[in-house]
Design a binder for this molecule. Sequence first.
Ligand code: PEP
Ligand code: MG
Length: 323
Amino acid sequence: EQQKLKRIRLNKAVTLDGTAIELHANIEVPEDVVKAKAAGATGIGLYRTEFLFMNRREMPDEEEQFIAYRKVAEAMKGLPVTIRTLDLGADKQMNPDTARSCTNPALGLRAIRLCLADPPIFHAQLRALLRASHYGNIKILVPMLSTLSELRQTKLMLERAKLSLRKQQIPFDEDIKLGGMIEVPAAALTAEAFAQQLDFLSIGTNDLIQYSLAIDRTDDSVSHLYNPLHPAVLQLVEMTIRAGEKLGKPVSVCGEMAGDPRLTKLLLGLGLRQFSMHSAQLLAVKRRILQTDVPRLGVLARKILNSGDSDKIEPLLDKLNLQ
Ligand code: PEP
Ligand code: MG
């Protein structure tokens, strides 16, 4: 089985009808690039930078971050490397022993909220990312956006970082692309407004499911209710894909849903053309793509999307997967 999958490593991810699909890898540390390339990823769709900050006392400074980001950019040799700005807080604490306790960490000061509340940390990361962009094809991805105001503040911070580098005559990619994670239902519902102001969108289904279904993704007692196939989740995903299509901005899914081969045809049927996942899932998803005729998916995918009942979706999905 593994041998069979390996044979399609170098195949282009194209469906039977000739639709080209982008298959990217999620990484947590620069060393993960080796596995991403071995799996045939054509880019890094999500580099979770918080792992550089976790389980240690001191924050990594700009230089340490620059070295890590440049390493990934260089290793990917011009292929896209989407680096997410710090997504600390909630399930990803820097130092669990000293983490500030709050009643609802997932709804608290995390991700972009934390960065905007601590400009020196954000400034150092943005400078490190910009400096590394001179050595490859880096894109910046902002987590947990829920309002356009956060995006405006982020853009001001990015301009400030660019200005400081220009003053010092340090080179960076002047044309660097800025994308946003759509992982809060409010952002999915207003995805068009975000797509207007961004170069690309990336759907974080892990958090989108958590927030739309009110299920703590870290709480085992409710994990049976955590359902990627809830019609509300599918509708939020589809709305975001449509918003990107309408405004001509690429949309990817980088949450766990993207790496589940059982959901590949459904996501293709909803219009998704870019997936980012753990490297270990990549070939299984590619195999599904190679077996799919996109025009044939439309009717059933619509039916699934418009079904108000989660329990009716499972059998429809089985049918879709046989197409
Ligand atoms: C997500 O929320 O789907 C996502 C990709 O980010 P993380 O799992 O790191 O929160
Ligand atoms: Mg997330």
